[in-house]
Design a protein. Structure first.
Length: 208
């Protein structure tokens, strides 16, 4: 089984408000992202919360049992602490983890499935999407790296993992810049809304 870890603990300082709770289609940004994961081939979905954890959890209150919410008490220390929190919460039998950003709503079910199929079809332990030569997210890695992520790369985060094991990285070329686009500033949010407005019109998520 391959599981997803959704990073939803940040403080949204550059946005000025909790960006994960901003409207996106008929739902919030974080609920939309979970909606994209649920129909995919990933198994368990672990959402790691931190800043305003109660409100983020409330936005996912209708999610099915496959979705678990874990709170990272150390979230101010950075993204890697949330990745580690997610790894510790993975169920037994989860032989790989896909780390997804909670503020990357352009990532689709098809993209998630493509990453999983690339992982299963290659002999590599790490898969990263690449658009026009630039690496993005989500990042998928084998369980053999869980211990490494839990104990190393404090300064570099997952970039450190990619650098340390370059020979075990499969770069999946994708045709969408979505893998490079997250929401940090109000202009980013407006860009994402504009790019997906027509697709999201009347959208209903799998647990709505």
């Amino acid at each position: 089984m391959i599981c997803a870890i959704v990073l939803a603990a940040g403080e949204s300082r550059r946005m000025g408000v909790q960006k994960l709770l901003l409207p996106f289609g008929a739902k919030t940004v974080i609920a939309h992202i979970v909606d994209q994961l649920l129909p995919s081939v990933v198994g368990k979905v672990i959402v790691v919360t931190g800043h305003e954890s109660g409100k983020v959890a409330e936005a996912l209150s209708g999610a099915p049992q496959r979705v678990s919410i874990v709170e990272n008490p150390d979230y101010p220390s950075g993204m890697l602490s949330s990745v580690r929190c997610g790894i510790r919460a993975l169920p037994s039998g989860c032989h790989a983890a896909m780390v997804c950003l909670g503020d990357q709503p352009s990532v689709t079910t098809d993209l998630v499935n493509d990453l999983v199929h690339a992982f299963k079809g290659s002999d590599k332990g790490i898969v990263v999407p690449v658009f026009e030569g630039k690496r993005g997210h989500p990042i998928l890695f084998s369980e053999r790296y869980y211990g490494e992520v839990l104990t190393r790369f404090d300064d570099a985060g997952l970039r450190g993992l990619l650098h340390a094991y370059q020979d075990d990285v499969f770069e999946l070329a994708v045709s969408t810049p979505a893998v490079l686009s997250d929401i940090d500033y109000p202009d980013d949010y407006r860009r994402e809304i504009a790019a997906s407005e027509s697709d999201l019109a009347g959208e209903r998520g799998p647990y709505e």
